[in-house]
Design a protein around this ligand. Structure first.
Ligand code: C2E
Ligand code: CA
Ligand code: CA
Length: 745
């Protein structure tokens, strides 16, 4: 009790005593009175004090009761802890927090409920609370029977020096929510995807770092704005209509969008927009998530572009030669499998160069584009039209049942090209020449098919343009065979596979061998000895026949020389084609050959002119013959009677001998017409003072008949078949004319 209070108490006690004295029971005596007074005052003081104490105790009891109530049933967990965290007291909430009865908890260390990191934290908390006596706060994580709980701790001022009352609140839920948010925030800011959140009306409320990295806009620059600021204009309004339709009906949309960065650059993004609704089902905001796919896009684009350049014509967008070749081979396979026909159509514009030259290349290019479109329209969907260069196109028409099926298509194609066309305000009318070939009728590879169609186009062009021409496979095959034969013959010449056989010519009446005809043979390495008609016609009119012709003359001359050396003197006749005879250098070549064999008398060489009907310039040939005469070489007209102009030939060509063709001779015995011809030829020869020889004398009877008609010279199987040179000397020395030939007259 402090001084002021006891002083006050004393005053009240004195006043009480004074009041009692006035009511007057005892008379006051000075000293005793004073002491008594003091005692009385003191007693009253004590009584009052006692009352006060009783009162205070009651109040205290009530307070304690209230406190215990409050403590025990507080909705907050209370723990009284000492410095080491030993629990000295705990309320019901605290006990339920740790899942144990209160009795069992007292004495335990609170530290045992947590891991090392949080123990340090709790220690720190307690030390500070005890040392400073100030309120402390901290959050710790404890583990209670497999559960983790976040607790928020607050110390009250220490109850005693050894105890501190700590209030603990379970903040697990809040903590988890916070963690989740933190994670979300971290994902939001660290995501590589751009994230943009807009409110329900579409204004940007939040963007992340990736958004800024991709678009170039910082958050403050876009917040509150409409995402339209990113639009590039590359998508039409329908695109956005569709996007919003999807968001409205399905809650989301994803797809590729071309947008524009802050610096104006276009970029492609893969975008997903989701509508986020609240519990009422109303859209609260839209979340857009996007990745920059520009590099990927441009990469695939350039890959695609390479692909295009490799297979398509850049100007017209039509397949190019490479793709065409591929499609054609495929179509050819298909044809084989399905027994169908395809047409390879070579289209070449007429006079395109002129258009290019007079209007410039741009106009030319535009024309090509326009025409290619027209041609495409004229064809069917299954056909392929390709541009293979300049003004050249190739169409492959498939699925044809027969060749004629393509004719209406070709007509349509020509018409489409021929229709007047306006390019760059210039009205033009162009046409095309078209060549066509068919597979498998033209049974060659894809490359050759295109070449054949090209050749046919060339013919269409020469025939007057604006038309189509079909490739002639028969003719082409002949040309091919010929080309092959020429090669073969050249090789045979080099390998010395040709030899000459000799067939004797005789005078039936005198029994003299007047000469030999040299007849060529091919000792073919696999086919045996081939007669001239098996190979000569194949090279007719070709340079290579000249080489062979010269070889024959040379070989005959050296054979004559060889026989001469053996003492066999025989003249040899050599067959000369009209083509060879008409060569400008014929005389010179002959002279050279004669010079190569100087020991041979040119008189020993006769030349038989074949196919006289093929002689075009009679007077020139006549001059040639005369020139040859000067060299000493004489001529015979072979195969006389065949062809039409024999008579005029006889008149104009200075040949000393005419040969009646074997075809008339061999049939003269049975065929009166042939007999008449033979007779006529003999008469003509006489009239023109020429000698006459009959070939094809197959029997003695033929000889007899000829002798009767006045023809003494003969050649034929009836006398001798052509034979190798080596057999000739023997044959010549042994041969005797049939006796019946001399018997007659
Ligand atoms: P050609 O000049 O009229 O030659 C006569 C052909 O009639 C030879 O045929 C000969 O074997 C054949 N022959 C001879 N006697 C008879 C017979 O009694 N009956 C029958 N059925 N045929 C007989 P080959 O050797 O096959 O020659 C055929 C043709 O080839 C020759 O007709 C000639 O036009 C040409 N020829 C032969 N050798 C040469 C040559 O070196 N150069 C040129 N340019 N043509 C040649
Ligand atoms: Ca002949
Ligand atoms: Ca003949």
């Amino acid at each position: 009790m402090d001084n002021a209070t006891s002083q006050k108490l004393r005053h009240i006690a004195e006043a009480c005593l004074l009041a009692k004295t006035h009511t007057g029971t005892l008379p006051p005596v000075e000293d005793t009175q004073k002491l008594l007074h003091e005692l009385q005052v003191h007693q009253i003081e004590l009584e009052m004090q006692n009352d006060e104490l009783r009162e205070a105790k009651d109040t205290n009891n009530i307070a304690l009761y209230r406190y215990t109530e409050l403590f025990d049933f507080a909705p907050v967990a209370y723990f009284a802890l000492d410095r080491t965290s030993k629990i000295t007291q705990v309320n019901l909430m605290g006990a339920s927090l740790l899942g144990l009865e209160r009795l069992k908890l007292t004495g335990r260390l609170f530290l045992h409920y947590m891991t090392q990191g949080y123990r340090v934290k709790l220690n720190d908390f307690l030390t500070k609370a005890f040392d400073t006596g100030n309120k402390q706060n901290c959050e710790i994580l404890i583990h209670v029977s497999n559960r983790s709980l976040w607790l928020s701790l607050e110390s009250s001022i220490g109850l005693t020096e050894t105890e501190c009352l700590v209030a603990m609140i379970d903040i697990t839920e809040r903590k988890q929510a916070e963690e989740k948010l933190k994670r979300a925030a971290s994902v939001f800011s660290h995501a590589h995807e751009g994230i943009m959140i807009t409110d329900a009306s579409g204004n940007i409320t939040e963007v992340n770092d990736a958004f800024s990295n991709i678009t170039g806009y910082s958050a403050p620059e876009v917040i509150g704005k409409n995402p339209k600021i990113l639009q590039s204009g590359r998508q039409k309004s329908e695109f956005y209509d569709e996007m919003w339709h999807s968001i409205r009906t399905q809650g989301k949309w994803s797809g590729e969008v071309w947008n524009r960065r802050k610096n104006g650059e276009l970029y492609a993004e893969m975008l997903t927009i989701s509508a986020v609704k609240n519990t009422m089902g109303l859209v609260e905001h839209y979340v857009s998530l996007f990745t920059d796919i520009t590099t990927m896009k441009t990469m695939t684009k350039s890959h695609g572009q390479l692909e295009r350049i490799a297979h398509f014509d850049m100007l017209t967008n039509l397949p190019n030669r490479i793709l065409l070749a591929d499609r054609l081979s495929q179509a050819m396979l298909q044809c084989q499998r399905q027994n169908q026909t395809l047409a390879v159509v070579f289209i070449d514009l007429d006079g395109f160069k002129l258009i290019n030259d007079s209007y410039g290349h741009n106009v030319g290019d535009e024309l090509l584009i326009a025409l290619s479109q027209r041609m495409k329209n004229a064809l069917r969907g299954c056909d392929t039209l390709s541009r293979i260069g300049g003004d050249e196109f190739i169409a492959v028409m498939v699925d044809l049942e027969k060749i004629e099926d393509c004719e209406p298509l070709l007509t349509r194609l020509l018409k489409a090209i021929n229709k007047p066309i306006t390019v760059s305000a210039i009205l033009m009318k162009v046409s095309a020449s078209i060549g066509v070939t068919f597979y498998p009728q033209d049974c060659v590879d894809a490359d050759q098919l295109m070449r054949h169609a090209d050749q046919a186009m060339y013919i269409a062009k020469k025939a007057g343009k604006n038309r189509y021409h079909m490739f002639d496979t028969v003719r082409d095959n002949a040309i091919k065979t010929r080309r092959q034969s020429i090669g073969d013959l050249r090789a045979a010449l080099e390998r010395r596979e040709f030899i000459l056989y000799y067939q004797p010519k005789v005078n039936m009446r005198t029994g003299k061998v007047i000469g030999l005809e040299a007849l060529i043979r091919w000792q073919h390495p696999t086919r045996g000895i081939l007669p001239p008609l098996d190979f000569l016609p194949l090279i007719e009119g070709h340079k290579c026949s000249l080489e062979l012709g010269e070889w024959v003359i040379g070989a005959a001359l050296s054979q004559i020389s060889h026989w001469q050396n053996m003492g066999v003197n025989l003249s040899v006749s050599v067959n000369i084609s009209a083509y060879q005879l008409q060569q400008d250098n014929f005389v010179a070549r002959l002279e050279a050959l004669l010079n190569d064999n100087p020991d041979v008398n040119p008189r020993c060489l006769d030349l038989e002119i074949l196919e006289t009907s093929a002689l075009s310039d009679i007077s020139q040939v006549s001059n040639t013959i005369k020139a040859c005469h000067k060299l000493g070489v004489r001529f015979a007209l072979d195969d006389f009677g065949t062809g039409y102009s024999s008579l005029s030939h006889l008149k104009h060509l200075p040949a000393y001998l005419i040969k009646i063709d074997q075809s008339f001779v061999s049939d003269m015995l049975d065929d009166m017409d042939d007999l008449a011809i033979v007779e006529g030829v003999i008469g003509l020869a006489k009239a023109f003072h020429r000698e006459v020889i009959a070939e094809g004398v197959e029997t003695v009877a033929h000889g007899k008949a000829l002798l009767k008609l006045g023809c003494e010279l003969a050649q034929g199987y009836g006398i001798s078949r052509p034979m190798p040179a080596d057999d000739i000397p023997n044959w010549v020395s042994n041969w005797k004319a049939d006796v019946s030939w001399q018997a007659d007259e």
